[in-house]
Design a protein around this ligand. Structure first.
Ligand code: BG6
Ligand code: MG
Length: 216
C-alpha cells in the first residue's frame, strides 16, 4: 500500500463554512419560485456544480425553465452567494483547518484544493489561506461535477503525485464517490451515517493529525 504524500481538500464545508451560504442562496431562489426544499435534500447539492444543482432544484419543485431562464436563475443565486462571501473573514475558517494545513507544510506534504466552486479563489483570498496550497483546482479549471473524479485527478496531476498517494478531505457524498472513483483514500468530514463510503469519518479538521494520516 502506497504511503500518503499529498492531501487534496474540498473547500466548502471542509475548510470554510460556506455550505450554509450555498444552502441559504438556493433556498431563497426556490422560495421565489414558490417551493421549498429540506436540509436532507440539500445534502444532494453538496459538491455538485452550480448548473447541476439548479437542475436538481427545478426538478424537486416540478418547475421547467428555458436555457436562458436557467442562466438567469443561476446568475441570481450566485449574486446572492457572492454578496454573502464578500463579507467573509479568517474567522470563518473551520476549527482546526489552518492548524492542520500548517502541520502539513512543516512535514513536507503536498497540498491541493479540489473544489467544484468557481468562487474558490475569492474565498481562499478572503480568509487568507491561498498560500497553503501548492495547486488550486476549482470549477473554472474542471467543469465536470463530482462524483466525476476529474477535479481530484487534476489536483494529483498538478502536484505530480500518483492518486494512490493522495488523500481527499470531503464533506459531500458526491465528493467521497469522486475520490474513490479516482483511486484515492478519502476522509469524510461530517457524520459517519451520511458519509459511509469514506475510509474514515471525522467531525472536522480539528480531529485530524499527521499521526492519523500515517495510519491510513
Ligand atoms: C461546491 C459546493 O463546493 O461548489 C456546491 O459544495 C456548489 O454546493 C459548487 O454548488 C459550485 O459552487 P459555485 O461557487 O461555483 O456556485
Ligand atoms: Mg464541500
Amino acid at each position: 500500500m502506497a504511503a500518503i504524500t499529498a492531501c487534496i481538500f474540498d473547500l466548502d464545508g471542509v475548510i470554510v463554512d460556506t455550505a450554509v451560504y450555498h444552502y441559504k442562496a438556493w433556498k431563497q431562489l426556490a422560495n421565489q419560485l414558490g417551493f421549498d426544499f429540506t436540509e436532507e435534500a440539500n445534502e444532494k447539492l453538496k459538491g455538485i456544480s452550480r448548473k447541476e444543482s439548479l437542475e436538481l432544484i427545478l426538478n424537486w419543485g416540478g418547475v421547467s425553465k428555458t436555457d436562458a431562464e436557467r442562466e438567469d436563475l443561476a446568475h441570481r443565486k450566485n449574486n446572492w452567494y457572492v454578496e454573502m462571501i464578500s463579507e467573509m473573514t479568517p474567522r470563518e475558517i473551520l476549527p482546526g483547518a489552518e492548524e492542520f494545513l500548517k502541520s502539513l507544510k512543516i512535514d513536507g506534504y503536498k497540498v491541493a484544493l479540489g473544489s467544484a466552486s468557481k468562487n474558490a479563489g475569492i474565498i481562499l483570498a478572503k480568509v487568507g489561506l491561498t498560500d497553503y496550497f501548492d495547486s488550486i483546482v476549482d470549477g473554472n479549471i474542471v467543469t465536470a461535477s463530482k462524483p466525476d473524479p476529474k477535479v481530484f485527478l487534476k489536483g494529483a496531476e498538478m502536484l505530480g503525485t500518483a492518486p494512490a498517494e493522495c488523500v481527499v478531505f470531503e464533506d459531500a457524498i458526491a465528493g467521497i464517490e469522486a475520490a474513490k472513483a479516482g483511486g484515492m483514500k478519502v476522509i469524510g468530514i461530517g457524520s459517519a451515517a451520511t458519509l459511509s463510503g469514506a475510509d474514515l469519518v471525522i467531525a472536522g479538521l480539528h480531529e485530524m493529525s499527521i499521526e492519523i494520516l500515517k495510519k491510513l
